[in-house]
Design a protein around this ligand. Sequence first.
Ligand code: SF4
Ligand code: SF4
Length: 440
Amino acid sequence: MKLNGVRVPHKKNTAGSPSLRLPIPETVTIPMSMHIGKPAAVLVKRGDSVKVGQLIGKADGFVSAPVHSSVSGTVKKIDEITASNGSKVSAVIIETDGLQEISEEIQKPVVNDFESFINAVKASGIVGLGGAGFPTFVKLGVKDLSKVEEIVINSAECEPYITSDTRTMLEKTEYISKGIDALQKYMQAKRIIIGIENNKKECVQKMQELASQKSGVEVHVLPSIYPQGGEKVLIYNTTKKIVPKGGLPLDVGVIVINCTTLAEIAKYLETGMPLVEKCITVDGSAVREPKNVVAPIGTPLTKLFDFCSGFKSEPEKVLYGGPMMGIAVPSLDEPVLKNTNAVIAMDKNEAKPPKVTPCINCGACLNHCPLKLDPREIARAYKRNSAEDLQMLCVDLCMECGCCSYVCPAKRPLVQTNKLAKAKLREYVNSKKAEGEGKK
Ligand code: SF4
Ligand code: SF4
């Protein structure tokens, strides 16, 4: 069996650029929802003084994550902002004092078993930093550890432009190493696999050196085919296991964790400093000097671009994330989020929407879909407004990787249609559920 994908231009312009620290901005805007799940509950009010690492948002539900101040300064206001997905979310706006005083709350956590390890991961505020934003303590907090056969460290970084994981592997190798030790000690991981694309030669070498010093750690060097870092794709290509339809990686005994997420866990275990800053790749055809920038969470994106000497041409489109799966940013005042690994500014040429023509039934979309979905038929079912057909076509499994749109010679907006179709199917499933409950 072979999982499909596409060959995309790598554009890893910043792979060799060491990360540079951004000067502290005058204000930061820290949203209470930078994760999948329930937003955190605000703990501070206007006028409060805050310090770096101080808890300002309490996790408010089982799937939620705490939020910490990334700066020292004064809370200017608690506001409601519009997130890039259109939802309204509370945010703490802090005027910085430039001192970056560390909160007295910061303490190295006491970790001696699985439970205290999971509690520490929860307190760190760490969420999936590869872009997913799922609270990491929920992912690692499995009920039965004996079910975990492999932990795969996702170091594929298959999206064009993005090199922030590359910098983690090169600059924070020690934290990845300590993170692996923690997984072996507290999660009794029997087999750890680092999955990495072959276009990152220096990283491959670093990871192989690291693995050679440990037992139970393997490095799998994988072809650079997008979306190699997609969870199900990576699981198959490293373990040959297939996650069942609608199932989770744990159903086949696997947990996948991003390499930067793991490094941040190790950093928290060593220092007690929660997730308050991120390394972000700032690139795209409109950016004058692409860089990897370390910035406090909540920093306005405009500061990142200023730090990269601004734009060489007017940006037509700015994305959180890479060009394949990134989300359009409505304004440059949007903040750096926990799961922001890149911001890409495209000029007119790069962002130019392609001319859409009718489907020619070539089947390329189906042939390149890593999950073997049929985007052409999904688009037709969506047009017919048939939620039943969308369910039959398993549109809910679509990981929105964009391979189908990328290969379509007619330039049909297949991934966008899939997103809409998934929403339609969710609505249908929920209404069926409500109907069923009403009959009880
Ligand atoms: S249908 Fe979904 S999973 Fe398949 S290629 Fe398109 S976006 Fe990717
Ligand atoms: S790739 Fe485009 S043109 Fe070809 S079958 Fe799919 S939707 Fe139609």
